[in-house]
Structures are given as structure tokens and as C-alpha cells.
Design a protein around this ligand. Structure first.
Ligand SMILES: *[C@@H]1O[C@H](CO)[C@@H](O)[C@H](O)[C@H]1NC(C)=O
Ligand SMILES: *[C@@H]1O[C@H](CO)[C@@H](O)[C@H](O)[C@H]1NC(C)=O
Ligand SMILES: *[C@@H]1O[C@H](CO)[C@@H](O)[C@H](O)[C@H]1NC(C)=O
Ligand SMILES: *[C@@H]1O[C@H](CO)[C@@H](O)[C@H](O)[C@H]1NC(C)=O
Length: 457
């Protein structure tokens, strides 16, 4: 009984092993076949085929005098350059009909310049043997030339290391770009050197849906019809900017006055009233609120006198926190997103720095550098706990030891408060201020001022 099982079991095991080995063989054979197909260029897009042959098959160049070709190209480049200079100087000197000079500018000089640049960017095949090209992630998700050009790593000239110690520079895009091919291709559909479409809304839509970072573009961004000198800094901080300095075509409103909270057709819902300076002037100073959740800037700075110099305001707004902090000689960068209104333009016109960013990415700041992070209006009870966790750890990374985290009017459902409180308290920061107030029947506000401890491990 035991014996027969023994032999049967052994047979079974041997058969099992045989199957595994055979399976392995099949995989190896298919991979090697595939890779042979691949090295012959069967799966490659046109450009790859060229690159493949150009880079690894030096024999193809026998018979082409590379030196002569390079010399010829350089000659053409020189000619184009002198022609360009001649045209431009003529345009400047001669009193020409406006229509003709405009025609020359747009239809002759600019295309010529674009052709010139394009020719300069052609990399003539190198004489030396390159190592086999490695396939780069995402490239074959796209067929549009300009996207492929952007994400193709750029080798340093002369094969040298650059200041970052790498041989090539990678232009990165968000991985979700691959899921929004059509929109991205529309976004990247332009003539190099010409004017971009007026499509920042498409770019913003791509960003919020995870195509972030967006690729850079080689077209000229449109600006407002007029751009008047911005107000000097002693006036700009608290004065509604001149609406003519904004391109309004993608907003419902056509000037800053229209963005008032009283106007039901203002076209945005976040941070209503943020474009009214009288209301903004009250925030974080004096007695702007009797609620315990509203801390004053002077009280917060008094906790660390003279120590607060640089910070980040993470929220939705028009830069008022940064403006007040500037008056206290603290430099604050404000995150901004154009949610139906020109938040970024407004902040910049006030003379402050808008950081155009989403919740998608790690902050572009180094570890232990910020004195203060203030947050309001952006993350509320809607936010996923795991997302919040990643964000909070990132802020913790960026805050310096002894830096302050000011959570301002965070709100959520009363029943969720414990979850969120745990999130904020998990870092064991020192609690300077902590206040909870009722927002509505089932919602609560939470404000906190927390200090990152030293972490000299
Ligand atoms: C320039 O072109 C516009 C139409 O494109 C025309 O109305 C105008 O008269 C032209 N001006 C001159 C000086 O030719
Ligand atoms: C701002 O500064 C300029 C020169 O520095 C001065 O002429 C102007 O009066 C100031 N404006 C205000 C509102 O203080
Ligand atoms: C704030 O209010 C208190 C009493 O409500 C008052 O005594 C104090 O002067 C006010 N401070 C400012 C700066 O308005
Ligand atoms: C900010 O700096 C200026 C110039 O150094 C100084 O005059 C001013 O008193 C400072 N303000 C505060 C609030 O410390």
C-alpha cells in the first residue's frame, strides 16, 4: 500500500518537474525568437527602425563620407543664419508697411528660424559604435512624434557625464499620460515654434487626471492682449490687479471684479470671496474671528521668534497668507491651481510666488528645509486616508526639525474626526495649539499647530 503510493507519488513528482522544465524551455525559445524578431526591427515604429539601424549597424555608413556631410550641413546652417540676420535687420531699418512686416515676421522669419533650429537638432549619426539601445518605458505607447521626441532620453554631447553624473537626461511625464493618449496627443499637436492653441484647460485636465508632469511643449504660449506694468510691491500685495494682465478666454468672468462672491455667475466655487481684498485683509490678523480654530499669524510666529523665514502654503487661495507672512519678513510659496478662476495669475500679480501643482506629486523641495507649512482649503474630509498619509509623510520630510505644521480649518464629518486626528498625531509632533469647533450639525473644524521634533538618528 505505502509502496505503491511511493512509486505513484514519485512518478507524479517527476511528471511535475518535467512539465516545469518543458514550460521553461518553451518560454526561453519564444523569448529568443521574439528578441531576434525584435533585433531585426519587426516591432519597431519607423523612428525606432532608423535608430536601430543607425545606432547599431555602422556598416550601413560605409560609402557615406561623414566628414563631407557634416561640413555641408554646417555650411547650410551658416547660410541660414546670415540670411536670418539680414532679414531681421532689414525689418528693423526699413519703414515698411505694417501688413508686409507682419507677413515677413510670421510667414518668413519665424518658419526660417524654426527650420534652422530643427536642422541644428538633427543628430548626425556618430561614427563610433553605440552600445545596444535600451528600450525606454512608455515611448512605444505613443505614436505622435513630438511626444516621442520629448520622452526619448537625451544623450549628453561628446559622450561626457553631465553635472548630475549621468550620461543622458530623461524628460519624464506622468504614467497616467499613457491612459489619456488621445487628449495628450491633441495637447502635443502643434507646429514647433508656432503659437500654442489657447488650451491650458486641456493641460490642467490632463494634470488632475494623473498626466502629471505634463510634457514640455515647443510652441509659444499666448498672453493677454495687453500686459501693463504690474503695480509696485508696496501696492500690489493688497490691491486687486489690473484685469487686462490676464488672459480671460477660458474663464467665465472677464475681469477680477466679476469674481466677487456676490456674483452667482462667477464661474468658480472654491475659495469664494478670495478675490475680494477687503475680506482677505481680515484673515489671520487682528480679531478676524472669535472661533478658537482661527489662529493669528503673530501668535504663531511668537512661538519661534525670529526662526521662521521660509515656508509653504498648501491650499487654494489668492496668496493672502503669503502676503501677510511677507510683511513679517517670511518668504512663503503658495500652491495654486486655476479652478475656474485665475488663481495663479492673481498670486503672481500680487507679487507672490504661485506654485502650479496638484496633489499628485512629491513636493519639489528637499528634506528638512522648510520652517513652516500652512494648509487650508484644499484637503478636507473628502480625502482618502492613504493619500493623506503619503502627503503628510512628504510634508514631514520637507519640514525641518523644529519647523511648524499649521493645519488651518481642516473639516470633516464628525464621525470621521478620530481617523483624521490619528493621521495628524501619528508623527508625535509637539502640540502648540489644538482646537476643534462645530461647523454644522454633523461636521467639525480642526485646527492645529504642531512642531516637528528633532530626529537625529
Ligand atoms: C492690412 O490688412 C488688413 C486686412 O488684413 C486691411 O484691412 C488693411 O487695409 C491693410 N493695411 C494696409 C496698409 O494695407
Ligand atoms: C510705493 O513706493 C514708491 C517708490 O518706492 C512710492 O513712490 C509710492 O508712493 C509707494 N506707494 C505707496 C502706496 O506707498
Ligand atoms: C480684539 O478684540 C478685543 C475684545 O473683543 C479687543 O479688546 C482688542 O482690542 C481687539 N484687538 C484688535 C487688534 O482689534
Ligand atoms: C522686516 O524687515 C525690515 C527690513 O529689514 C524691517 O524694517 C522690519 O521691521 C521687519 N519686519 C518685521 C515684522 O520683522
Amino acid at each position: 500500500m505505502t509502496k505503491s503510493c511511493f512509486s505513484k507519488c514519485r512518478l507524479g513528482r517527476i511528471m511535475g518537474w518535467l512539465q516545469i522544465v518543458l514550460g521553461g524551455l518553451v518560454i526561453i525559445v519564444s523569448i529568443s525568437t521574439l528578441s531576434r524578431f525584435y533585433s531585426a526591427g519587426f516591432f519597431l515604429q519607423n523612428e525606432d527602425i532608423c535608430r536601430q539601424f543607425y545606432s547599431s549597424n555602422v556598416n550601413l555608413y560605409q560609402g557615406v563620407d561623414m566628414g563631407a556631410l557634416t561640413a555641408r550641413v554646417n555650411e547650410v546652417l551658416d547660410k541660414m543664419e546670415s540670411l536670418q540676420e539680414k532679414l531681421e535687420s532689414t525689418l528693423k531699418l526699413k519703414q515698411m508697411d505694417k501688413n508686409i512686416s507682419k507677413f515677413l515676421e510670421e510667414e518668413v522669419i519665424r518658419p526660417l528660424y524654426a527650420a534652422h533650429i530643427a536642422l541644428r537638432q538633427i543628430r548626425l549619426p556618430r561614427m563610433e559604435v553605440n552600445q545596444q539601445m535600451k528600450e525606454d518605458p512608455l515611448i512605444n505607447s505613443f505614436v505622435v512624434e513630438e511626444i516621442r521626441k520629448y520622452i526619448t532620453p537625451k544623450e549628453n554631447r561628446l559622450g561626457k557625464m553631465n553635472i548630475f553624473g549621468t550620461e543622458r537626461v530623461y524628460n519624464s511625464i506622468g504614467h497616467a499620460c499613457a491612459a489619456m493618449k488621445e487628449e495628450l496627443e491633441e495637447y502635443m499637436d502643434y507646429d514647433v515654434g508656432s503659437y500654442c492653441k489657447d488650451d491650458w484647460t486641456l493641460g490642467q485636465k490632463l494634470m488632475v487626471r494623473g498626466c502629471d508632469p505634463l510634457p514640455r511643449r515647443r510652441c509659444l504660449t499666448r498672453a493677454s492682449k495687453l500686459y501693463l506694468r504690474p503695480y509696485p510691491i508696496n501696492e500690489s500685495l493688497w490691491r486687486l490687479p489690473d484685469g487686462r494682465n490676464v488672459r480671460w478666454s477660458n474663464y467665465q468672468c472677464r475681469n477680477f471684479e466679476c469674481l466677487s462672491s456676490k456674483n452667482p455667475k462667477r464661474g468658480y466655487t472654491k475659495c469664494t470671496g478670495c478675490f475680494e481684498m477687503e475680506k482677505e485683509k481680515l484673515k489671520w490678523v487682528g480679531n478676524y474671528s472669535s472661533l478658537p480654530i482661527d489662529f493669528m499669524i503673530v501668535d504663531v510666529l511668537a512661538i519661534k521668534p525670529g526662526e521662521m523665514r521660509v515656508g509653504l502654503d498648501f491650499g487654494v487661495g489668492t496668496g493672502t497668507f503669503a502676503a501677510r507672512m511677507r510683511e513679517q519678513n517670511v518668504t512663503v510659496v503658495s500652491t495654486a491651481f486655476n479652478l475656474g478662476a485665475p488663481f495663479s495669475e492673481m498670486i503672481a500679480l500680487r507679487g507672490l510666488i504661485p506654485l502650479y501643482t496638484t496633489l499628485n506629486q512629491r513636493l519639489p523641495l528637499f528634506d528638512n528645509t522648510m520652517d513652516i507649512i500652512h494648509t487650508t482649503g484644499l484637503m478636507d474630509g473628502w480625502i482618502d486616508l492613504q493619500l493623506l498619509d503619503f502627503i503628510l509623510f512628504d510634508w514631514d520630510r520637507v519640514l525641518r526639525p523644529g519647523g511648524l505644521l499649521w493645519i488651518d480649518r481642516f473639516f470633516c464629518k464628525r464621525k470621521d474626526l478620530d481617523d483624521y486626528m490619528y493621521m495628524f498625531l501619528q508623527f508625535r509632533y509637539k502640540k502648540h495649539k489644538w482646537a476643534i469647533a462645530s461647523k454644522s450639525k454633523d461636521e467639525v473644524f480642526l485646527s492645529a499647530l504642531l512642531e516637528k521634533p528633532p530626529r537625529s538618528l
